[in-house]
Design a protein around this ligand. Structure first.
Ligand code: SF4
Length: 338
């Protein structure tokens, strides 16, 4: 991994934020692209949010990118561009929680702070047979205390990296490699046959299901997009004009909705195609989306002031949610939309 043995706090910060909700294999190319395009804190601070989102596109959880930008500006403007070098100051940065602060403090500054991520919870709960739920505050406290007691204070960065790597590659969630494990003689989960039960989690996330109808309106060389400004998923990303309903509607029902009337009034349009249902699963939501390619001629002036007219050929310059890029990359579905 390119950030291994790295001591530059800026690079460690970027890699840790990317890895907060992303697997290493998926995050690695993003990390390389990100530090190439924003090689320093000031480069990131001075970049536009649109540019940052474009490089983040596909990683999801865009609040991470927004917080990176905010924090880069904060460090540039308030800390003379110097990354803070104490755990307490690092922890105060926007988007940095206990785990990320401990990772940066130990990897960059060799400070004695133990990291507790999903891998550490798994390793410790199994070896010590701890059944306290890891998603309750009492559980978090127990694991943090234990991790801190076990930490090698002389080499905290190396120790933290080692325990996380051990969890990721050896004591894996499924099929851990117990037969070659150095802890097998005293691992409680192994001796008491509790591997599949540990770590314990109590909360089940109730997911909401949503139904989006995206309208790709073609008008000569133009098409139209909007920026998601409301406090909702994908805030700050672009999308085609969208109608959300409580289920997916066929075209003949969609065209009589108030939202459709607000967009097109009595304007003459032709629905060129209606896509299959695209699905995306987010941490708290299931998204269903269909895409209607619509031909329109003449002036388009909807009763909706946030519409941005762009040239169709520039559509890929904007940062869209993944469900839209899936659709755009499937050329067979939008045929002459280019
Ligand atoms: S013996 Fe198995 S469950 Fe226990 S720590 Fe080793 S790999 Fe994990």
């Amino acid at each position: 991994m390119p950030w291994k043995k790295e001591t530059n706090p800026y690079y460690i910060w970027i890699s840790e934020i990317i890895l907060q909700q992303t697997r290493v294999e998926q995050g690695m190319p993003y990390f390389e692209d990100f530090v190439k395009n924003f090689p320093s804190i000031s480069d990131l601070a001075n970049a536009s949010e649109d540019k940052i989102f474009k490089h983040w596109q596909g990683l999801g959880y865009y609040s991470r990118a927004r917080n990176l930008h905010f924090t880069a500006k904060f460090i540039t403007e308030n800390l003379n561009g110097h990354f803070p070098d104490s755990y307490e100051e690092i922890r105060k940065l926007k988007g940095v929680g206990d785990y990320t602060a401990a990772a940066i403090a130990s990897f960059a500054f060799n400070l004695p702070h133990a990291v507790v991520d999903g891998n550490v919870y798994r390793v410790l709960s199994r070896i010590f047979g701890i059944e306290t739920p890891i998603d309750k505050s009492v559980g978090k406290k127990i694991f943090q205390q234990l991790a801190t007691e076990l930490l090698d204070k002389k080499a905290p960065g190396e120790y933290n990296q080692a325990i996380m790597d051990f969890g990721a590659t050896h004591c894996k969630p499924k099929n851990p490699l117990c037969s070659t494990c150095p802890f097998s003689d005293h691992c409680i989960a192994l001796t008491e046959d509790k591997i599949a039960l540990l770590p314990v989690k109590t909360k089940k996330i109730k997911k909401k299901t949503r139904f989006f109808h995206y309208l790709m309106i073609q008008n000569g060389d133009s098409t139209y997009i909007t920026r998601r400004s409301e406090k909702d998923i994908w805030q700050g990303l672009y999308q085609f004009p969208m109608i959300e309903k409580t289920n997916i509607l066929p075209a003949n029902e969609l065209i009589v909705t108030p939202e459709w009337k607000k967009l097109f009034g009595n304007q003459k349009i032709e629905i060129q195609s209606y896509s299959k249902n695209f699905k995306q699963t987010l941490s708290h939501q299931y998204i269903n989306a269909v895409f209607l390619v619509i031909n329109l001629s003449g002036k388009f002036s909807p009763d909706y002031n946030q519409i941005i007219e762009i040239e169709k050929k520039n559509v890929n310059k904007f940062a869209f949610p993944k469900i839209i890029t899936w659709f755009l990359s499937d050329k067979t579905l939008y045929l002459n939309f280019n």
